[in-house]
Write a protein that binds this ligand. Structure first.
Ligand code: NAP
Length: 296
């Protein structure tokens, strides 16, 4: 019998992933806290459940993508949560970016009901969710990853099994250190170019294909020059992920000098009310400190 799919959390990322599951011909039962977000998916063929427990009851693979650690805990452990709908044998696939430690605790709670868990956070932004080109980093057993893989291929183009339960979340934190430190480098470099009176487009074109190039520089550099702060990923969500990095590093006793600096710089922007801008607005914190502005 084919695996029955369930999906909880139909935000920017979850909504795109479910569209791709439906396009690939899978049947999916969905739930979202704000019911209106399920309407477009219902029109596209999804069945809508009344609670996370109902999704778990209707599904063999229970996928989810919600915001933060307490939100996954609420959806799984809370009233009418996933745990209430498990009968044994299900696989829970968590695409949210949350704490690796909490992930292992959630996996234990699910295991006590005879089900299993993989943590499968994603990278690639809203564009990746819509186009089905996400990178997915997975923690879990070989058997559970193999069970999920055919379905993850509907929206993931790079699916990497990185270790045991929790390792997927930890690799996602590695990803986030790289994202923000690249962002800091791109911000400082473009502002320096501005201070030196260079043509910013020419400077960017000259360096982006060489050893200094990065996804952040190529994709967000032009947006920064154009004064375009629309988010691929908001400062508020970025700060959630940096908090997870700092907590995990603290548990390890590992110093995170560059990440801590970026976290503080983003805090200054949040206190200015800029938390809903894209994470590339980091350059505004350096503009405030240097008095140099890209748009002048
Ligand atoms: P989003 O658009 O804000 O969607 C968040 C989803 O979580 C919504 O469906 C929301 O329900 C649900 N939710 C939040 N708290 C909940 C709770 N306590 N109970 C039930 N449902 C709850 O966010 P997103 O961009 O899709 O991000 C989701 C996850 O993917 C986050 O962990 C994020 O870090 C990660 N991620 C995002 C990106 C990106 O570029 N956006 C990239 C990689 C990873 P409502 O509709 O009711 O609010």
């Amino acid at each position: 019998m084919p695996e029955r799919l369930g999906y909880i959390g139909l935000g920017i990322m979850g909504g795109g992933m479910v569209h791709n599951l439906l396009r690939a011909g899978h049947e999916v039962t969905v739930w979202n806290r704000t019911p209106s977000k399920a309407e477009a998916l219902a029109s596209a063929g999804a069945k809508v459940a009344a609670s996370p427990a109902e999704v778990a009851d209707a599904a063999d693979l229970v996928m989810m993508c919600v915001s933060d650690t307490p939100d996954v805990q609420a959806v799984v452990l809370g009233p009418d949560g996933v745990l209430d709908g498990l009968e044994g044998g299900e696989l829970v696939v968590d695409h949210s970016t949350i704490s690796p430690t909490a992930t292992r605790e959630l996996a234990d709670a699910v295991a006590a009901k005879g089900a299993s868990w993989i943590d499968a956070p994603v990278s690639g932004g809203s564009e990746g969710a819509q186009r089905g080109t996400l990178s997915i980093m997975i923690g879990g057993t070989d058997a559970d990853v193999a069970r999920a893989r055919p379905f993850l291929e509907a929206y993931g183009s790079a699916i990497t099994h990185v270790g045991d339960i929790g390792a997927g979340q930890t690799v996602k934190l590695v990803n986030q250190i790289l994202v923000v430190v690249n962002q800091l480098a791109a911000s400082e470099a473009l502002l320096f170019a501005k201070a030196a009176g260079l043509d910013l487009h020419a400077a960017l074109d000259a360096v982006k294909g060489g050893a200094a190039g990065s996804w952040m520089l190529s994709n967000r550099g032009p947006q920064m020059i154009a004064d375009d702060w629309r988010p691929g990923f908001t400062i508020d969500l970025q700060q959630k992920d940096l908090r997870l990095v700092l907590e995990a590093a603290s548990e390890l006793g590992f110093p995170t000098i560059a990440t801590s600096l970026v976290h503080q710089l983003y805090l200054t922007l949040q206190s200015e009310g800029l938390g809903s801008e894209g994470n590339h607005a980091l350059v505004k914190a350096l503009e405030n400190l240097s008095g140099v502005h890209l748009s002048d």
